[in-house]
Each structure stands twice: as C-alpha cells, then as structure tokens.
Design a protein around this ligand. Structure first.
Ligand SMILES: [Zn+2]
Length: 495
C-alpha cells in the first residue's frame, strides 16, 4: 500500500482497488467493512474515498500455518542459529561463546543447524570440544537435519545421561562413558531451563508473532504434543492479550485427555487432540483410546505420523472411527506423513482424514536425501500431488521451529519441488501454485471448521496479503502489506 512515499498510510482502508486475484483474470475492487470483505467486484474507474489502489499488485488471503509450535518457536529465538558460512572448529567455538555470554549464568543454550561437513575433515566433535567452550551451562548442538545432537558434559549430567547404561542412541566410548553424541533421540533432550517464562516468554512470543505477520501469516495452529491444561491456558491468554496477533487454534495432548482431568470445553481455541504415533513406542490400543477420548470431547483427531509404521498406526486409529464419526469441531488429520507408499495414500484416503505436510523439508533437507537415499525410496518421500489426486484434503505447514522456511516459501517448495541447491526432487509430486496456495489458506481454515477464512469472497474475514510476485510466481513473491480483520498490521519497509 505504498502508492507514494508522501501519501498518508491508511490504517483501515475502505477498499483495496485495482487488485489482481489468484486464478481470476482482470483487476478487482475488494470492499471492506467491519473487519470483513463486503464485496468483490470488477475494478471500477472511480475509486471510493479511503480506498487504496494496489495498481495490479496481487491480493491473496492471509496465510494459515496449521502446524507449528508457538512456545518452542519463541524459545528458539534464544537459540543460536548457525549461519551456513561458518567453517571450522575455532569459528564455531567463537560464535557459541559469544552467544552464551549474553545469557544468564547456568542457562542452557541450544545451537541449531550444525553441519559436521563444515568441521575439519568433516569430523564430528565430542563433548570435550563443547566443554572447552563452556563447561558451566548445558550446551546442545543440533544437526541441521535433526539426525543427531552433540551435548556437553553439563547437558548430559542435567539430562541424566552420564550413567553407565545410557538409553539407545546415546553413544558411549570404550570405557562406557557417553561421548556427547546422541543419535535420533530428540525426545530425550529437552532441557527445561532452555524454556523461558514470564515476561521474557511474552516478549519472545510477541516477537515471533510479529515475524510471522511480516511473512503474511495471519492464522496459526499450535500443534504442541504436550499441551496439557497449563499450556492451553497459557496459549489462550497469549491470544486474548494480543501477545499473539494471529488467529490462534490449539491442539490438546491426547495423553492429557486420557490421563489428566482435562476438559477441552475450558479452552475455546482447541479444535483437535494431538496423538503421537511414535515408532519407538507404538501402542495401538492407547492410540485408539485417545482417539475415542477426543471424539467424546467433540474434537478432531490429529495424528503425528512420519514413518510408514507410524502412518499405518495413524490409519488404524482413524479408521477405528469411520462408523461413529460425529460433527467434530476439527477435521481429522495426519501430521507430516513424510514417507507414504501408494497403498498408504489409498488407506489414508479411505479414512476421510486430511494430510498436513511439510514441503519445506524438500528444500531444506532435499540435498541430503538425494545423497543418502535410492531413487526408489525417494518416490515415497514428502508426497504432495499424490494426496490431492487421491482426494485427500492437503494442507501445508512449517512445523516451525523444526523447519526455518517461511510458510510462503514452503508452499513454493511444494510448487517447485527443488532442493536448496536447485536440484529437482520428486517432480511428479509438484503442486500447481493455486493448489499450493489453497493448502496454506482455505484448506487449513476448513480443518478448524472456518469457512469464512482463507478465501477472498464477500462475507469472509478481511485477512489479506498484498504480494509482489517473484520470478517463480505468487509463492515466490514478496509480502508487502498484511491486513488482519481489515486493519493494516504489517507494511514492508521501503528499501
Ligand atoms: Zn510438529
């Protein structure tokens, strides 16, 4: 909405005129009233007073990320995210030490996006390397593909992993002592002191929310697997008080529904129960019991499933309810579905559930997949078009902070199916840009039962994004202005 630098900026325009709309030829005027879209009509020659001329820029619905982890995303802002150009042990140590000095004594530090290939001769360091940097506070280095973690001695001690018989995945040396290298056991490693609280948490959440707005994200779904009553109340409060600016929906932990005295009716933003089908500890009876508890509470079921075995368990839990499906608040869904055979796609379609996929991983991890997997295995990785072709409603999410790409860029990876280096990856699974756009707007809105959101039509909420398309099209575009309920909440600073 930067017609001229000198023109006063309109905070709540009466209309956005001269807009292009996705998949609709010509130019359009979109009239706004009371936070909603009052009308959408072919552009008129006269623009009404209080309107803003988009001069052919594209207007899309506000983006909706249906699966992220808000509190982790906020905590992440204290983490050190390594820039790709860091090379060598000394440079890495300097960066970590500098960040650690900014934190309170004893407070844990997580370092993300560590790439062993950047170390001398690609060698993986051990805990003594981290101990030399900081022996007093717990340090955790996460591999960029989340395959393994490197911990210092303070972190191993805090997590109880220094004993003589550490759990599977915790590497030990000849003497049976933990080396600090932990493979694929992220579940063991959450350091409680890495989670901020109080005013600090509010500041970090507010800043995460602002960044999401700048990326065009006006609706979010918090998919915390451990959302018990305390977390749900906190999320409600953060939404109520405007710390989170986005429209916010939550999931209740299926475990809490079963084991704790959790009544979803106390939490107005809950639409789904989050069930965890985790291969290492699959318990189908319990999964089905949690799904049944979700149904009784009137919630949709959202099952985390990344591997083929987890997906099969998710299908079993969802299929369990076909006959008794009632008017749930949220539509049943499978989260991630990273590896799916053709048979699994058909089985998911059979349940009537939606899939919420993470195409950002194609861009972020695609080059490693290409190096480490056979073409035959890759056909099943991060399917997209297969889902829509089978009639499965498909939404796209970032799973932030697990992936770092903004939602629009993740949707662009769904369109291009290219890795960070530009290599094609499963081109057969490409989505048309209009389909990918629906998967980050109207479809996620439908999953939480909102049909007045995620579309540009009379009567819908006026959550809108003005985009300047890029060379790759809409999804490759730049977010210029963001409106939430008809009010401008973000404007890109002129360069
Ligand atoms: Zn997640």
């Amino acid at each position: 909405l930067l017609r001229q630098a000198s023109e006063p900026e309109v905070a709540a325009p009466r209309a956005l005129v001269g807009a292009r709309l996705p998949a609709r030829p010509g130019r359009w005027d979109v009239e706004l009233r009371d936070g909603r879209i009052a009308s959408v009509s072919p552009a008129a020659t006269e623009a009404p007073a209080g309107s803003v001329d988009l001069r052919g820029r594209t207007l899309v619905p506000g983006l909706h990320d249906p699966h992220l982890h808000l509190l982790a995303l906020a905590a992440e802002r204290e983490a050190l995210v390594l820039p790709a150009e860091v090379r060598g042990e000394a440079a890495l140590a300097r960066l970590i030490a500098a960040r650690a000095r900014e934190l309170a004594p004893g407070r844990g530090l997580r370092v993300r996006r560590f790439d062993p290939a950047t170390m001398t001769r690609g060698r993986l360091p051990d805990r003594s390397f981290l101990d030399r940097i900081d022996a007093d506070r717990p340090l955790r280095l996460q591999h960029r593909n989340l395959r393994f973690d490197l911990l210092n001695t303070a972190a191993l001690r805090r997590l109880g992993l220094l004993g003589t018989a550490p759990p599977a995945g915790v590497e030990t040396d000849a003497a049976g002592l933990a080396t600090g290298r932990v493979f694929q056991r992220g579940d063991l490693l959450s350091l409680p002191e890495a989670t901020p609280s109080g005013p600090e948490l509010r500041r970090l959440v507010a800043s995460a929310s602002r960044d999401l707005l700048a990326q065009g994200v006006t609706s979010i779904g918090d998919a915390g697997a451990h959302n018990g009553a305390a977390e749900l109340a906190l999320l409600d409060r953060l939404g109520e008080e405007g710390v989170v600016r986005q429209r916010l929906w939550t999931m209740a932990s299926g475990q809490a529904l079963l084991d704790e005295d959790l009544d979803p009716a106390d939490f107005p933003r809950v639409r789904h129960a989050k069930l965890e089908a985790v291969e290492a500890r699959l318990d189908l009876d319990r999964l089905c019991a949690a799904a049944a508890a979700a149904r009784r509470a009137g919630l949709g079921v959202a099952v985390h499933a990344t591997t083929p075995a987890e997906l099969a368990a998710a299908v079993a839990a969802l299929g369990h309810f076909d006959a008794t499906r009632t008017g749930a608040l949220g539509i049943d869904r499978v989260e991630h579905a990273c590896v799916a055979s053709e048979a699994a796609v058909a089985a998911v379609a059979e349940t009537g559930a939606a899939v919420v996929a993470n195409p950002g991983l194609v861009a972020e991890a695609g080059d490693s997949y290409l190096a480490e997997t056979e073409a035959r295995e890759r056909a099943d990785l991060h399917r997209l078009r297969s889902w829509t072709a089978a009639g499965v409603p498909l939404a796209l999410a970032t799973d932030a902070p697990v992936t770092a790409l903004p939602l629009l860029a993740a949707a662009d990876a769904a369109r291009s199916r290219r890795t960070a280096s530009g290599a094609p990856f499963g081109a057969a699974e490409r989505l048309h840009e209009i389909v990918a756009l629906a998967a980050i707007t109207a479809t996620p809105a439908a999953l939480v039962g909102r049909h007045d959101l995620g579309r540009i039509a009379a009567g819908c909420l006026a959550d809108l994004v003005v985009l300047a398309p890029g060379p790759g099209g809409l999804l490759d575009g730049t977010v210029e202005t963001v409106l939430l309920g008809g009010e401008v909440v973000h404007r890109r600073r002129p360069r």
